[in-house]
Design a protein around this ligand. Structure first.
Ligand code: HPA
Length: 295
């Protein structure tokens, strides 16, 4: 008999918990999924426990270059915040089902993590964007045309018809804007459109996507966001514009360019992420500074 997603997540949770070593009894505050080229942020965590995805039998195998495929769990520097980083993610184009690629998110949800950062590499569809810009995801369009929630409903996973009016937390977006201002970091904002991939788009497709309201285009994030919202997690979505979308730039798109852009902005990204995570409480809420009050 097919094992349910709920049971697979429970079993993955058990497996991971047994490998957490010194962190076995500490709860994880936030999960951060790192997109192509952004993997370096994981190196900053202190007292790391590293769990390769292969060690979790319930997970599928990552097949993409630049996604090393491991969980890195450790403290955010100078804090007691325990963070789990997914260095590499699973993609629909690898041939797995949307249920399978979102299993890690289900697993962290089952652990009780309430707060999720989803990052990705994306092509810039909005002509005002430059390569190397970050874009806050304000909303998404699911052009994968499939939902990870399709199938017989299991109430233990959440609602049958979860609301998607605010997938990417307004509060998190405001905090991200505030931090970008502090850093004098250019932070764009816009709609992320997800396609199945793995081929990049044609120029005609990109023109269509712009008409439909896309600012950036990529091959991930949306299934994870849908699953996380069903479980009631709060989400920050962040795209790195690694290239101009097809037909908009000088040359064809290639994966090397995507990875190189990630490396180029990796210091800003690390600084931004660290500041953002430092300002979340253990339950994923904003730690607000009392304004105009003596402390
Ligand atoms: N299209 C789709 N996915 C991408 C792109 C792109 O141009 N760049 C990085 N991921």
């Amino acid at each position: 008999m097919k094992v349910s997603i709920f049971d697979r997540a429970q079993s993955a949770l058990k497996n991971i918990s047994e490998r957490l070593g010194q962190w076995a009894n500490t709860s994880i505050d936030t999960v951060v999924v790192l997109g192509s080229g952004l993997g370096q942020f994981a190196e900053t965590l202190v007292d790391q426990v590293v769990i390769p995805y292969e060690a979790v039998p319930e997970f599928v195998r990552s097949t993409v270059e630049g996604h090393s495929g491991r969980l890195v769990i450790g403290l955010l520097p100078e804090s007691r915040r325990l963070i789990a980083i997914m260095q590499g993610r699973f993609h629909y184009y690898e041939g797995y089902s949307l249920e399978e690629i979102t299993l890690p998110i289900r697993t962290f949800g089952a652990m009780g993590v309430r707060s999720l950062v989803l990052t990705n590499a994306a092509g810039g569809v909005n002509a005002n964007f430059s390569v190397g810009d970050f874009m806050l995801i304000s909303d998404h369009i699911n052009m994968m045309m499939k939902s990870p929630l399709r199938g017989k409903h299991d109430y233990r996973l959440g609602d049958r018809f979860p609301d998607m009016t605010e997938v990417y937390s307004r509060e998190y977006r405001q905090l991200a804007q505030e931090i970008a201002r502090e850093m004098s970091l250019q932070l764009q904002s816009g709609v992320y459109m997800a396609l199945q991939g793995p081929n990049y788009e044609t120029p005609a497709e990109i023109r269509m996507m712009r008409m439909l309201g896309a600012d950036a285009v990529g091959m991930s994030t949306v299934p994870e966001a849908i699953v996380a919202r069903q479980m009631g997690m709060k989400i920050l979505g962040l795209s790195l514009i690694t290239n101009s979308a097809a037909g908009m730039g000088e040359h064809p798109i290639n994966h090397e360019e995507v990875m190189l852009t990630g490396e180029r902005v990796s210091r800003d990204f690390t600084d931004f992420m660290t500041r953002f995570l430092q300002r979340l409480s253990s339950s994923g809420q904003l730690i607000s500074e009392p304004k105009g009050q003596a402390r």
